[in-house]
Design a protein around this ligand. Sequence first.
Ligand code: HXC
Ligand code: NAP
Length: 281
Amino acid sequence: MFQPDLLKGRSILITGGGTGLGRAMAMRLAELGANIFLVARREAPLEAVAAEIRSQGRHAAWATADVRDFEAVERAVERGWSEFGSLDSLVNNAAGNFLARTERLSPHAFAAVLGIVLQGSFHCTLALGRRWIDADHPGRVLNILTTYASSGSPYVVPSASAKAGVLAMTRSLAVEWARYRIRLNAIAPGPFPTEGAWSRLVPSAEAEQAWLAQHPMRRFGRHEELADLAAFLLSDHAEYINGECVTIDGGLSACGSGGFSHLVGAPAEFWEALERERRRS
Ligand code: HXC
Ligand code: NAP
């Protein structure tokens, strides 16, 4: 689908790039020619992904930082900028989440998720945005949200609140910074199996099966499907896409939005009886 040099010469910072979807995006963007700078808290996953990218003849480096700490983000961005001469894209992918009844949450639990998702995305966007504006350098930001950023969702209230904030930030800055040739977009993924998400949000095989059973395509997302969407949105082919949020969930969120999704599983006899009734009247 893409030219192999689609992202040649580009340098992309990915937060949370050592695991899950961040890793998948890092590998794919590198395959398409980009230099990759990975940022997260744990060294080992970052080094493993960077080594894998280098073993394929591409460039990758990393720095540890907790995105909740603006000074640490500044240091990491500085490292990435000098490593590759500049950075031209940011993927805000780092996140924290867990399933919990909201009335049992401590304020610290809420703050932990808000800090990683909303403040963390703001910290990285601010650190790079200031550099882009000062250097008159174009920039691209891709924020990884979830479908419930716009709908809300029970039992993940800190995450839903934070992701909704990042969606508002995406749209707001897309307007404010367009004059600086900085564009911001978002992806809203549905379920994509990763160790990080599944260990916190899918408590049992039965819960996974119940989720699948309500999915119109009866399957979860594949990592490469999300990585290819990210590659497109970061590429110059998407230059006129700004302030947009693209859902990638196989129709799962659309499923609840009409009143008749429950009829998807209705047997043929149901429709035939309806048809007979219509002809009689
Ligand atoms: C209630 C919880 C909790 C839980 C932690 N806390 N887990 N409360 N239920 N399951 C509380 C703690 O008790 C503590 O509050 C506060 O949260 C902070 O916890 P710490 O462990 O000290 O924080 P920290 O080490 O910073 O860890 C952050 C974290 C952790 C968010 C809690 O899960 C993490 O590091 N996650 C990173 C990866 C991740 O979450 N990936 C999933 C992304 S999937 P007190 O008051 O006790 O001090 C996703 C979307 C999926 O985002 C959508 C699917 C469709
Ligand atoms: P994941 O593997 O747990 O990824 C989260 C990453 O964020 C980890 O690499 C983690 O690395 C990093 N991180 C967490 N807290 C951080 C902090 N304070 N500072 C810096 N980095 C931090 O989960 P995932 O499923 O791939 O999720 C990736 C993104 O997709 C998230 O934005 C998530 O909300 C979104 N998403 C996922 C799904 C899904 O079904 N998987 C669905 C919708 C949206 P460290 O622990 O080393 O810091």
